[in-house]
Design a protein around this ligand. Sequence first.
Ligand SMILES: Cc1cc2nc3c(=O)[nH]c(=O)nc-3n(C[C@H](O)[C@H](O)[C@H](O)COP(=O)(O)OP(=O)(O)OC[C@H]3O[C@@H](n4cnc5c(N)ncnc54)[C@H](O)[C@@H]3O)c2cc1C
Length: 428
Amino acid sequence: MTDTDILILGAGAAGLMAARTLAKAGKKVIVIEARDRIGGRIHTVKHGPSQQTMELGAEFIHGDLPVTQCLLEEAGIAYPHASANMYKYENGEFTTDGPLVEHWDELIEKLNALEQDITIDQFLQREFNADKYEGTRKMVRQYVSGYDNGDPAKASSFSLRKEWQAEDMGAQYRIAGGYVSLVDYLADEIKQAGGQICLNENAKQIEWQQGRVMITTKEGNAYKAKQVLIALPLGVLQAGIDQSASLSFKPTIPVYSDAIAAMGFGAVIKVLLEFDEAFWESKETEDMGYLFSEQEIPTWWTQSPQQSNVLTGWLGGPPAEAKTDMANDELLTQSVQSLANIFKYNATELRKKLLSWKIVNWTADEFTLGSYAYDTIAASEARKIICQPLQDTIFFAGEYLYEGTAMGTVEAALTTGLRMAEQILRFE
Ligand SMILES: Cc1cc2nc3c(=O)[nH]c(=O)nc-3n(C[C@H](O)[C@H](O)[C@H](O)COP(=O)(O)OP(=O)(O)OC[C@H]3O[C@@H](n4cnc5c(N)ncnc54)[C@H](O)[C@@H]3O)c2cc1C
C-alpha cells in the first residue's frame, strides 16, 4: 500500500495545477488518474491525413485570463490570436449583421432590473412573452444550450447576467501545439518536484477519518494519505453507483453530496471533419470563423486565421443530452447533412469530400459524463459548501467550483486547483 501526504484524484487541469503547487511547496503528492493519459477534458490529437493538431476538448482561451496566460508565459508556450468573423445562416442566407440575439440591449436591461433569481426560461416567459420576441426567446435558449451547455429550464438568470455583462468577444486565442502543451508542462513540473502521477487507476472508494484517507481503485490498489483533493468532473461526482467512474465515501458525506447534486452539468458533442478542400470559403462567407445555424448540428467553426480544411461542429445542452446514446455513424450522417443543407450540397457528394472524421460525445465518456458546469439557482450556495474543506481532510477542486466570469473553462479549473492547494498549505 502506497502512503503519501496528499492524494489528488484526477489529472485534469485542476488536479495537475494543485499537484504542482503542493509538490513545489515540498509536499509528497500522488495523482491518481483513471485514463491512460493526463489532461481530462483537455485532449489534443494529431489526426487525419494532414496530421493537423486537433482539440477534442478545450480549444480556446476565451479572453485575457490571468492564470492560464501566466502559466503559458512561464512555460514559454505561444498563444496566437484566434479571433474571427461570426456568421449566421438564416432563411437561406449568410449574414454578419446585427446582434446574435435580437433585442439584446433590452434583454440586458431587463436582466439588470431582476431582483430575485429565476431560471432563464421563467425570465423569458415573464418578460419576453409577446409574439415579437419569438426570435429572442429562441436565440437565448439556443445560446444557453450551445455556449453554456445549460438547460434553460434550470439555468440561473443571475449567473447568465454576470457572464453576459463580462463577455469580451474581442480576445480569443489558441495554444501553439494545443492545450496538451500546458498539461505536459504541469506534469513535468510535478515530476521534477518529486510528485507521482499514476495512470489507469479508477478511484472507487474513499474511506476516511480526520487526518487519514484510504483510496481503493477498481484495479484493486490502495493508497493512503493524510489528505485528499478530489479533482474529478462534476458529472462523475453526480453519477449513480452503477457508473464505472463513480466514487463512494465511507462514512458518507451527505451535505456535500446534496450540494454536488444541486449543481448543473451540461452536455456536448464535438465533431471534427477534415475535407479535401475548404468548400465553405466563398464571397458570401469571407474569412469565416464561426457559423450559427438552425441545423441539427447548429454551430460550426473553422481554424481561422490558420488556413485549414478542418471544420468543427458543436451541439450543446439538452439537444446534445438527447443524443448521448446515438452511434457516432449516425452523428456523422447528421453532421454532413447539416453542412449540406447550409452550403447547398448533395449530402452523398459532400461525404465523398470527407477525408477523416472524429466525433467526441463527452456526455457518453465514462470519465466525464458531460461537458462543463453551468449555474442553477442553487449553484452559488452549493459551491460555498463544497469549497469548505471537510475536517481538514477532504478537499474539492475543478472547473465547477470557480466563482468568476470565465466559468466552464480551463482557467476555471486551474484557478480552483491553485486556490485549493494554497488552502491546504495554510492548514499547516
Ligand atoms: C468539448 C469541450 C470543449 C471545451 N472547450 C473549451 C475551450 O475552448 N476553452 C476552455 O477554456 N475550456 C473549454 N472546455 C472546458 C474545459 O475543458 C474544462 O473546464 C477543464 O478542462 C476541466 O478541468 P478539470 O480539471 O476540472 O476536469 P477534467 O479535465 O475533467 O479532469 C478530471 C480528471 O478526472 C479523471 N477521472 C474521472 N473519474 C475518475 C476516477 N473515478 N478516478 C480517477 N480519475 C478519474 C478524468 O479522467 C480526468 O482526467 C471544453 C470542454 C469540453 C468538454
